[in-house]
Design a protein. Structure first.
Length: 201
């Protein structure tokens, strides 16, 4: 079963990549959404067969609620406000990835290899930046933030925030259990996601 699961995850990843590739063109974007959706379906179904997986009822409930919200909002939201909805969806996906990474990092290296912890750091960084940046993008598209926000030495400051987060993130796989560094790491990457998006018009 383990081999089948790994092959299925590989297939899901291939479908995601193919979907993203086809979504890069207006001509094939519809097909790209179908391919990416198929990849998500494969990855979701296979997860139910992962060894030691539990809380099936909670997983099914989460899928049902998420699917219902997406279906209803997709039907009701006007095409002119579709970018705002996509920004929110992107942010929620990033937030979910960040939450999973945060849980694993707070648990620390107990039961996890350094490689797994390193992947958690990368996932936490990308997911958190996507979450906070997408919320700012939504606010701009919705007109809640009506102008670009810039300040002196903004780029060096952004790089300093990101650099500090990367250094702390590099230390996290080597600590036995999660501590204050995890919270500092996520605070920094949240801040970076906001700062990176604020200057955009």
């Amino acid at each position: 079963m383990g081999v089948v699961i790994q092959i299925s995850y590989f297939l899901a990843a291939a479908l995601f990549i193919l979907g993203l590739k086809r979504m890069s063109s207006p001509v094939t974007a519809r097909d790209g959404i179908v391919w990416a959706g198929a990849g998500m379906l494969v990855a979701t179904v296979v997860t139910f067969f992962w060894h030691g997986m539990s809380n099936y009822l909670l997983m099914i409930l989460a899928i049902a609620v998420g699917s219902s919200v997406a279906w209803i909002s997709g039907k009701r939201v006007a095409m002119t406000t579709m970018p705002q909805m996509i920004a929110l969806y992107n942010g929620m996906g990033g937030g979910a990835a960040a939450a999973i990474a945060a849980i694993e990092l707070l648990r620390g290296t107990n039961g996890h290899s350094g490689a797994v912890m390193g992947l958690a750091v990368i996932g936490g960084l990308i997911g958190t930046v996507s979450f906070s940046g997408s919320l700012i993008a939504f606010a701009k598209l919705q007109g809640l933030i009506k102008r670009s926000i810039v300040f002196p030495m903004q780029q060096p400051f952004n790089l300093a925030v990101l650099g500090t987060a990367v250094v702390i993130g590099a230390l996290l796989p080597f600590q036995g259990s999660g501590g204050v560094l995890v919270f500092v790491f996520f605070a920094l990457v949240l801040t970076f996601g906001v700062l990176m998006t604020l200057p955009i018009g």
